[in-house]
Design a protein around this ligand. Structure first.
Ligand SMILES: N[C@@H](CCC(=O)N[C@@H](CS)C(=O)NCC(=O)O)C(=O)O
Length: 203
């Protein structure tokens, strides 16, 4: 059975959320999210960089949450979670799917590292301040984009919402308030109301 290496609050939520939306059975392998465990020989044999998520699909080990999402969609008839391949809408969908990891996550990661993960003496406040200013710019952009949309690609819920929804959930966890971006806040509320999101974030 498909195995998902998961740790609470991490990008592996994207994989669990997608699998819940697809109704594909999986086995959840909890990963202790400590440097000692992530960098242990046993875990590095699964993810050579010591990160989550990773999946093991009958011996095929994949890392990179976005790639895992695209692989699982292709393998498990996830066409209801993407626009039709090859259409302009599909191009926009890919843009948003990758925007979530490639653009939005770096400032969030900076805030996480310099607020929680690094030793107190290694935290740099100016990194946090810069990251918050960058994130504000991205959220304001997202707010304009969502002004007349239910989901990021329009009326259809897609896997790009799963990728982005994780980012917004992390904003909540790090107390980066979404209240000043009303369209983003309403969008996030729509996403968190989904049973699949609730199952994926339950533990
Ligand atoms: N681009 C990768 C990033 C993976 C990543 O950085 N995961 C974080 C958790 S959300 C992690 O494992 N961090 C632990 C570390 O870097 O030591 C992906 O999307 O899968």
């Amino acid at each position: 059975m498909l195995k998902v290496y998961h740790a609470a609050n991490t990008r592996s939520i994207r994989v669990l959320w997608l699998l819940e939306e697809l109704g594909v059975p999986y086995e959840k392998e909890m990963v202790e999210f400590t440097p000692a465990n992530l960098q242990s020989p046993a875990y590095l044999a699964i993810h050579p960089l010591g990160k989550v998520p990773a999946i093991d699909d009958d011996g095929l080990v994949l890392t990179e949450s976005g790639a895992i999402v695209q692989y699982l969609l292709a393998k498990h008839s996830g066409s209801h979670l993407t626009p039709d391949i090859g259409t302009p809408a599909y191009g926009k969908y890919l843009q948003w799917l990758h925007f979530a990891e490639a653009t939005v996550m770096p400032p969030i990661s900076d805030i996480v590292r310099h607020t929680f993960r690094k030793a107190k003496e290694d935290r740099v406040q100016s990194v946090v301040d810069d990251a918050k200013a960058t994130l504000d710019k991205y959220m304001a952009f997202l707010d304009r984009e969502l002004a007349d949309k239910t989901f990021i690609c329009g009326d259809q819920f897609t896997a790009a919402d799963i990728m982005l929804g994780y980012d917004l959930n992390l904003c909540k966890i790090i107390r980066f308030s979404l209240d000043v971006y009303p369209n983003v806040a309403a969008y996030f509320a729509r996403l968190t109301a989904r049973p699949a999101f609730q199952k994926a974030t339950a533990g």
